[in-house]
Write a protein that binds this ligand. Structure first.
Ligand code: DON
Length: 304
């Protein structure tokens, strides 16, 4: 597959979309990022890398971190994890509290904020610092030792984390937290503040395209069946209440973040990451979704 030619074409055609949507402003540090950034990178399981635009520039991965945290929690607990968090799309906003009341503090899935907070709770119980476990896991996946969270972004989110604190305390009221909710929220904010580039994220996601083995380190991260299951969750829940429309347009399992990044995988072939900070109303990158749609259209490759 001539991925570089496809990326170059997508980069040309995406120009009118760049700057559209709105940069996340509920985390003030993210509101400072130029909406005109655009980067895209493809890394194949045999190690070829292709990039356009700002693909080397690090940005705040935000909810894409939920994928790595969930992988660690799934490694630790296996199917026991599903006693504390569900596997259904929520059909509500990523930071909604609505279902928690009727579903007695069991979040719908690990990719909405409520579910990710339970996942962080699992990690906070097992590790001295949950966010460090996620950071070190990512460093190992891509053999890049200086990947870290940005303390300014973490502090900025913590100062405006009323909703996530409310979610964590509400879950706790149903007995589905093991650690103090405020400690969990702070670890979660640091984990969301990890900075990575499109190229680094595509490399980090490659184990999902490669049957659970990280091609760079050779380490088995998940068995093939668990890899299938995690990818299925990305497909149905990774882009929140836009998951149906995203799958219709793009046809790949993916995880988005309010920093404007989207990481997607094509099993057996490659991982792709796109970044453009302007978000649509669901919190997914406006230009990013369109760029991925163009890419799978031009390559003719998706999971369908
Ligand atoms: O908890 C939050 O609201 C952010 N740290 C992450 C949300 C997010 O990235 C949702 N993604 N589209």
């Amino acid at each position: 597959m001539r991925y570089q030619a496809v990326l170059d074409r997508v980069h040309r055609e995406i120009q009118p979309w760049i700057g559209g949507g709105e940069v996340a402003h509920y985390i003030p540090e993210l509101a400072r990022i130029s909406p005109h950034k655009f980067g895209m990178a493809v890394v194949t399981i045999d190690g070829q890398a292709y990039a356009v635009g700002d693909a080397h520039e690090r940005f705040s991965i935000q909810s894409i971190s939920k994928l790595f945290a969930c992988t660690l929690a799934f490694q630790l607990l296996g199917n026991e994890l599903w006693q504390r968090v569900g596997r259904e799309p929520s059909g509500t906003a990523f930071n909604s509290l609505i279902q928690l009341e009727t579903e007695r503090g069991k979040p719908r899935n690990p990719f909405i904020n409520a579910g990710a907070l339970v996942v962080t709770d699992v990690l906070a119980r097992r590790f001295v610092r949950a966010e460090t476990a996620v950071v070190e896991f990512i460093r190992r996946l891509i053999a890049v030792p200086d990947v870290d969270y940005d303390p300014r972004v973490a502090l900025s989110e913590m100062a405006h984390a009323q909703r996530n604190r409310a979610i964590a305390h509400f879950i706790d009221s149903f007995g589905n937290m093991r650690m103090p909710p405020d400690l969990v929220v702070e670890a979660y904010c640091r984990q969301c503040a990890i900075s990575m580039s499109c190229l680094e994220l595509a490399r980090a996601g490659l184990f999902l395209a490669n049957g659970g083995v990280a091609p760079i380190s050779g380490e088995r991260i998940l068995d093939p069946s668990s890899t299938k299951r995690l990818s299925a969750l990305m497909l149905t829940c990774g882009t929140y209440d836009a998951a149906g429309d995203f799958v219709y347009r793009v046809g790949l399992p993916a995880k988005s973040g309010v920093g404007g990044g989207i990481l997607a995988v094509l099993p057996g072939d490659m991982a792709v990451c796109v970044w453009s900070p302007g978000l649509d109303t669901n919190g997914n990158s406006h230009a990013g979704v369109q760029a991925l749609e163009l890419m799978t259209t031009y390559t003719g490759r998706s999971i369908f």
